[in-house]
Design a protein around this ligand. Sequence first.
Ligand code: BDR
Ligand code: CA
Length: 327
Amino acid sequence: MPALPLIIDTDTGSDDAVALLLAAASGLGDIRAVTTVAGNVPVAIGTRNALISLEIAGRSDIPVHPGCERPMIRTLSSAQHVHGEDGMGDTGLPDPAKAPEPGHAIDALLSYPRDHPGELTLVTLAPLTNIAAALLRDPALFTRYRHVYCMAGAADTRGNISPTAEFNVWADPEAARIVAQAATPDKVTWIGWDVSRKDAVMTPADQQRLQQIGTPMARFAHRINRTVADWVRDVTGLAGYDLPDPIAMAVALNPGLITEQEEAHVDIAVGDEARGQMLIDRRVVAPAPNMTLVRRVDEAGFKKLLFDTVAAPVPVPASAPTIPATP
Ligand code: BDR
Ligand code: CA
């Protein structure tokens, strides 16, 4: 199967970084460009982290375009209390060798699919600010992509940043609403935190396996998730840290991993009390569905893809940061 041509929009924190490894080093993805946005961390830090992650995967040739510095109308509320001040578990990673591109993320999101109509798959792993801004300039943008996969929302309304909302949608709910209103179920698929919580939890045994693999990518993936592991234990009560962006990326790379999905009409709450909550209308009289919601994924298949990818002996350039072997 030919590798899937991808554009990836990310607020690169520790789980985005693992998703980038999957896209860059599994053999299933062909990343044409990465765009970054404020979210987990300020956009300059997320851009740095994206460049580091691609370098670890041996792909520092991939262009990284910095994007919006804040949500559409709100101030930025980062997730540095989850992913660390540096977004990468406060691991003190050295600077990447490569610099970001001069072109803005919004221009990249608009121009790549214009140059390659119907060819590219867009995967979003972050607040939807860049995507909404691009849609305001080109309302038909989604028709120009082959498909759009978003790690966004919580289709069971069990939130991770509030009682009912998932971080990427909560961080910029107005942007998420613009995306939902432009979506159609044949083009747009959301993979929410409900899927991550059920099918992408790295149990202590999984974490030990990742650590024992011992390759540069495996050590990197293990180390950068250490602050997330503490937060997930204390706040969500899951039996290990979960990997929302990697499971969304795995679905985009291999939709055969989906075991349950539905089409539904989705809107986003923008009021204060329910900020960022998905409003899913499943009534008989509901408007026509506007997106596909993935509800369950083959957990074993996802973890096999993850372990196989990070175990691969990717040729790491001499300039790549060294990840110490100690935990
Ligand atoms: C999402 O929020 C971020 O913290 C993660 O990187 C992921 O994109 C999960 O809710
Ligand atoms: Ca993310």
